[in-house]
Design a protein around this ligand. Structure first.
Ligand code: AMP
Length: 261
């Protein structure tokens, strides 16, 4: 697997692929990779001739006071995982390759961004769209894979691609969970042993709620169950897009998950 550390290095490699008519698959990530990211890379490999994965912790999607500075970073382990998953190229740009004039959120997210995450992280989806748009321009992928773990994000990206007529096919990838059903997330590393136990109740409670005959009614009892399980805050628990989506907080850690209704 090659590593490109600048936009120029990236286009030197992908330009050759394009000339040869090879289809490029792409997985954007913020690093601290786990089995969820690996599954996305494998899906990209299956859909494309050459697969690029980017590692870039995007400052534009963090608000002051969020975990940008402390977000876990482990490039060596990330590159080994990408290589094992079959990626051909890791793109690890510097900030000036992505934001030559400093981080900006100049690509506005559309209607899919309304509510849910945006009620708690109003800056988030404009930041995500701004980085993904730039990465698409630089990598020029034919397909790009995004996880259903971040379901609203997947919908926001699909909408951005549709509305701006971007020449890329978006593929959604199923949520990868640990042996107790906890959705894998780089932020799980923040959890203490006690918090991890509580975190593992989230998926079980969501699956329980959607098993009920009428899950589309509001979820006061679901909120109560989550609080009783030890979560400190339930930010939302809402049905949308045929999924039940939730964001909760345990101590300083914010977790999101969703299940099919
Ligand atoms: P991140 O590095 O957290 O920005 O995530 C990069 C990509 O991996 C996004 O498309 C996420 O939706 C996806 N992803 C993260 N965790 C999981 C998971 N547990 N299962 C499937 N996809 C995931």
């Amino acid at each position: 697997m090659k590593i490109a550390r600048s936009k120029a290095e990236l286009s030197g490699i992908t330009g050759g692929w394009k000339e040869r008519g090879l289809r490029i698959g792409f997985v954007p990530s913020m690093g601290a990779l786990h089995g969820g990211h690996v599954s996305l890379v494998k899906i990209a490999v299956a859909h494309a001739d050459m697969t690029v994965a980017s590692i870039y912790v995007n400052p534009a999607q963090f608000a002051p006071g969020e975990d940008f500075a402390s977000y876990p970073r482990d490039e060596k382990s990330d590159c080994a995982m990408l290589e094992n998953a079959g990626a051909n190229l890791a793109y690890i740009p510097s900030e000036k390759d992505i934001y030559p004039d400093g981080p900006v959120s100049d690509i506005r997210a559309g209607a899919a961004a309304k509510g849910l995450e945006s009620d708690f992280r109003p800056h988030f989806f404009d930041g995500v769209c701004s980085v993904v748009f730039r990465l698409f321009q630089q990598v020029r992928p034919d397909i790009a894979v995004f996880g259903e773990k971040d379901y609203q994000q997947l919908c926001v990206i699909r909408e951005m691609v549709r509305e701006r007529d971007l020449p890329v096919e978006i593929v959604g990838a199923p949520v990868i969970r640990d042996e107790e059903g906890l959705a894998l997330s780089s932020r799980n590393a923040y959890l203490s042993a006690k918090e991890l136990k509580i975190a593992r109740r989230l998926n079980k409670i969501l699956f329980d709620i959607v098993k009920k005959p009428s899950p589309l009614i509001p979820f006061p009892e679901g909120r109560g169950k989550l609080l009783a399980a030890g979560f400190d805050e339930v930010q939302y628990l809402e049905p949308r897009w045929g999924r039940l989506l939730a964001a909760v907080r345990i101590g300083k850690t914010r977790l999101i998950d969703n299940v099919e209704i």
